[in-house]
Design a protein around this ligand. Sequence first.
Ligand SMILES: [Zn+2]
Length: 221
Amino acid sequence: MPDRIVGGRIVPDRRKPFNTEPLQEVAEPILADLYPGIHKRSETDVDQLPRLLYDGVWRDHQAEIVADIYAFADFHPVDQQRTEPVIKAWSDDCGEKLEGEYLQSYYRTAVHVGLLAYVRHMRELRTKMNCEQGWHRTVERFHDACSGLLGYGFLGAHEKWGGLRLTYRCDQTANEACREAERVAVERAAQTCEVCGLPGELRQSAWRKTLCDFHARSRDV
Ligand SMILES: [Zn+2]
């Protein structure tokens, strides 16, 4: 899958496998709520064709759907940016490279409900994050990298001595993959302002904190 342009911005190719099976499942109640005409799936239901097309778009385009969802989260790292109208506008901008209006429209529905499900899930995760919002996206990415691994469970994230600390559980077999994801997250946080998410570095005065120039200055005042 090549790099694509969504909403005027470049969405990079991500060949790394995604742990996505649960996403369509988590989106089911949202689909039922917002798109009841698609949600029906009974064999005897005369309206089942939309359901088949919707499932087909997830089956055939799962990697792109998830890449579009992750790209949204990267461009909107702070929860207050993730409002329903912004999510809807983003999903409406997706899928324009697909052939056919039908396919495009089911693709956009999949991104819309998938994104709402993802954002809700991450909102729950954020209740376990005891660090400022500049690091939230870094923690989310750690969670995305680990979810689906055997025995993985997110327990919390917090700041200590200016660095990011993660607590989680996982099986012996998944230990190495989780540790690697943890290393990446801790390294990324060490270069990210904990307050705003812009590039930052460790500042040491009375307190140790990772901050950008602006927040380091405003803290000194
Ligand atoms: Zn900052």
